[in-house]
Design a protein around this ligand. Structure first.
Ligand code: SF4
Ligand code: SF4
Length: 285
């Protein structure tokens, strides 16, 4: 098996024009409610809210992947990033990863999650040689987290307010440490929400760097209608640049994130081709 870690277009800036990635939309449900998320759209952990993706079963996803690599042979990474949370749909996510690993031993595998339910799956992720995991961590202070998350559902129980934020943050930080202990490359996404966590991102960067995160992706919050945060303006470019500069004291930065959809495929930043969209729709039938 030849996994070339440097061929990941999201984690390595110099690989992004050469290698593509494909997201398999197998994870519709979510186990938390972010106040910036409208479930009519895709998860903002990795994806631009917008046109929702088709959903695929693990078997359909494998079929689609086989078609996609024929159309786009430069694909080096298979990712699962929603449209909800991969580990709120852990059966579908893990089954998809197993199928893909079996058929495509050379592919890099990647998952993007809110981290709430990641921990129990780290041993199998390691076994399957999932090499890259992204956790979206918007706060390490539960008081700030309580402003961002309306609720958290874990092990069949609903949590709200500070208690919900404490549980989520605790699980995120524990999972980050465990990922690093398992030798998995870990990216942290932090969404900059003006007036909520913009002054807190530096503390997030310091903490996740301490725990071994490899790279930080500070993303501007994206204003979405019909959410608790719908009246919050998106952060100005200079706020984002200042935060990226300040946090680079702790961690390398990913700056070329294109906010890919849960069904993104090909070179980062390029639109999905019509032929690829047709294949996705065919697979979902
Ligand atoms: Fe939405 Fe993603 Fe947050 Fe879930 S984790 S509420 S899908 S942005
Ligand atoms: Fe992985 Fe995110 Fe890149 Fe998709 S966009 S391949 S989930 S880092």
């Amino acid at each position: 098996m030849q996994l070339k870690l440097e061929n990941h277009p999201c984690f390595n800036d110099s690989a992004r024009h050469k290698f593509g990635r494909i997201h398999l939309p197998v994870a519709p449900k979510c186990n938390i409610q972010c106040n910036y998320c409208n479930r009519k759209f895709d998860c903002m952990n990795e994806n631009r809210p917008g046109v929702s993706s088709r959903l695929l079963s693990p078997g359909q996803a494998l079929h689609y992947l086989k078609q996609a690599v024929l159309l786009s042979p430069n694909i080096s990474v298979v990712g699962i990033a929603g449209p909800g949370d991969p580990f709120a749909n852990s059966e579908e996510t893990m089954e998809t990863l197993r199928l893909v690993r079996k058929e495509f031993p050379e592919m890099l595998l990647c998952v993007a999650t809110n981290g709430l339910n990641l921990m129990p799956f780290i041993p199998e992720l390691k076994e399957l040689e999932v090499s890259h995991v992204t956790i979206t961590i918007n706060a390490i202070d539960p008081a700030i987290g309580a402003e961002i998350y309306a609720w958290v559902r874990h092990e069949k129980r609903m949590h709200r307010d500070i208690e919900a934020a404490e549980l989520l943050i605790g699980n995120q930080l524990a999972a980050l440490s465990a990922l690093k202990a398992a030798g998995i490359t870990a990216k942290v996404n932090t969404i900059i929400i003006p007036g909520v966590n913009d002054r807190h991102v530096l503390a997030v960067a310091e903490k996740v760097s301490e725990l071994g995160a490899d790279i930080l992706n500070c993303l501007p919050y994206y204003n979405t209608k019909e959410t608790v945060f719908e009246n919050i303006e998106e952060p100005p470019a200079d706020m984002v640049a200042d935060i990226q500069k300040a946090t680079s004291a702790f961690l390398p930065q990913m700056k070329h994130c294109a906010r890919c959809r849960a069904d993104a495929v090909g070179i980062i930043g390029e639109m999905n081709s019509e032929a690829m969209t047709e294949k996705l729709h065919e697979a979902a039938r």
